[in-house]
Ligand binder design. Structure first.
Ligand code: CO
Length: 418
């Protein structure tokens, strides 16, 4: 799974993740359709559409028409810190810190004492036009230094961090004053005064690696959810669509509730599916028939039973790393899996001899949410919520099983080729 590590390493933000999905699609002959243009869709078309540069939906249409859509969805974003505008905060004329805010619900302590870099998107004035550019400092640039244990004796018994003070990264000494915007402009290859908008995030440049006596584990930043993006992309680009139109959907903003124009709680998927059918001259009822015979595999990582907190997991459903792709259920329907979608998914996994495990929240523990039930509200199709078992979800660096990704790729390929 060196390819997975390479993919994540090249994807410090949702913008870069989508750019890398796009590049992989283009290498396989996929063409870009823009939302603002007319779509020349035909049977056999292979294309993709982006929204906001941070979400992307790709289609591989069978040559002889299709019965429904086989959709696989995952998310491009991971918890991080967003750099605010005018970020420099000078401390006693000696240090410059950057003013940042939380993006998503991360384990704060994991962001301390590791080299951090800055990446994201800037919008630049070029003549009369506004042009978007990706930037990635791609060097160790900042650090959020801990306070010594001597000054904070209670740290190891639980400490309430102030995001507005404790988590601000150190950008430099006194010479760094007034240079952050210049630094970003230089990275973007433009003049500082021409940058009119910025979406910049901190990220760790730590590279993914194998760990464990037999390299059982992958330790890497952003496994949630780029491991699922990677598996979906690998299965998608390695499959032929037959009776169903293959759809790969990667959404931004899952970590902040998906409620943006490009998130799973937007019209992006619905709009795109409709436009494909419209371009193929489907009637409204033909469109609805197609939707009724469609399926969504919503892929977002799952919690493996943690040896240090085994009681937090459900007593009978015990997913472990490397023991199979995890099918996620929730009584409150935070996960959209039901008997019908579960049966379909299990049968699919069985067809490629990939093991499946099951996840429920322990009934006394509030769990997280994901994409499945949110996108189902817009495009009402049978949905299985699945994921890869991992530890330390939302840590700056997470741990998962090295075998599980391979299993998921096999399942995705079989799904698209049904
Ligand atoms: Co996730």
């Amino acid at each position: 799974m060196k390819e997975l590590m390479k993919f994540i390493d090249a994807s410090p933000t949702a913008f870069h993740c989508v750019e890398n999905v796009k590049k992989a699609l283009e290498e396989k002959g996929y063409k870009e359709f823009k939302e603002s243009e007319d779509w020349k869709v035909k049977n056999g078309s292979k294309f993709y559409v982006k929204r906001n540069g941070s979400s992307i939906i790709a289609f591989n249409l069978p040559k002889k028409g299709f019965k429904g859509f086989h959709i696989y969805s995952a998310h491009s974003d991971s918890p991080s810190f967003r750099v605010k505008e005018n970020p420099e905060m000078v401390f006693e004329n000696n240090y410059v810190r950057l003013n940042v805010e939380k993006y998503g619900g991360m384990i704060l302590s994991t962001w301390f004492d590791r080299p951090l870099s800055v990446a994201g998107r800037v919008v630049v004035r070029e003549g009369d036009k506004l042009v978007e550019k990706l930037v990635n400092a791609d060097r160790d640039l900042c650090v959020i230094p801990n306070v010594a244990i001597h000054m904070n004796r209670d740290l190891n018994s639980g400490y309430k961090y102030s995001a507005q003070n404790d988590l601000l990264p150190l950008f430099g000494g006194e010479k760094a004053k007034g240079t952050f915007d210049d630094f970003i402009a230089k990275e973007a290859g433009v003049k500082k005064e021409n940058i009119l908008g910025k979406d910049l995030f901190l990220y760790t440049r730590q590279k993914g690696t194998y760990a464990g006596a037999h390299k059982e584990f992958i330790v890497s930043p952003r496994l949630d959810d780029q491991a699922c993006v990677f598996a979906g992309l690998a299965g998608f680009t390695d499959s032929e669509s037959r009776e169903y139109a293959s759809v790969l959907a990667v959404f931004d903003n899952e970590e902040v509730g998906s409620g943006t124009k490009q998130g799973a709680d937007s019209t992006f998927l619905e709009d795109s599916l409709f436009r494909v059918c419209e371009a193929l001259s489907f009637t409204r009822s033909a469109y609805l028939r197609t939707i009724s015979d469609s399926f969504n595999i919503s892929a977002d990582n799952a919690h493996g039973v943690h040896p240090a907190m085994a009681g937090k997991a459900d007593p009978t459903s015990r997913p472990y790393l490397n023991k199979g792709v995890v099918l996620k259920y929730s009584g409150s329907q935070k996960y959209a899996t039901d008997a019908v979608s579960a049966a379909y998914f299990k049968k699919l996994a069985e067809s490629v001899k990939a093991p499946v495990q099951v996840y429920y929240n322990n009934s006394d523990v509030a769990g997280g949410s994901t994409l499945g039930n949110i996108s189902t509200a817009h495009v009402s199709v049978k949905t299985a919520d699945i994921g890869l078992a991992q530890f330390a979800m939302h840590s700056a660096v997470e741990t998962m099983g090295s075998k599980d990704v391979t299993d998921l790729v096999k399942i995705v390929k079989a799904y698209y080729e049904e």
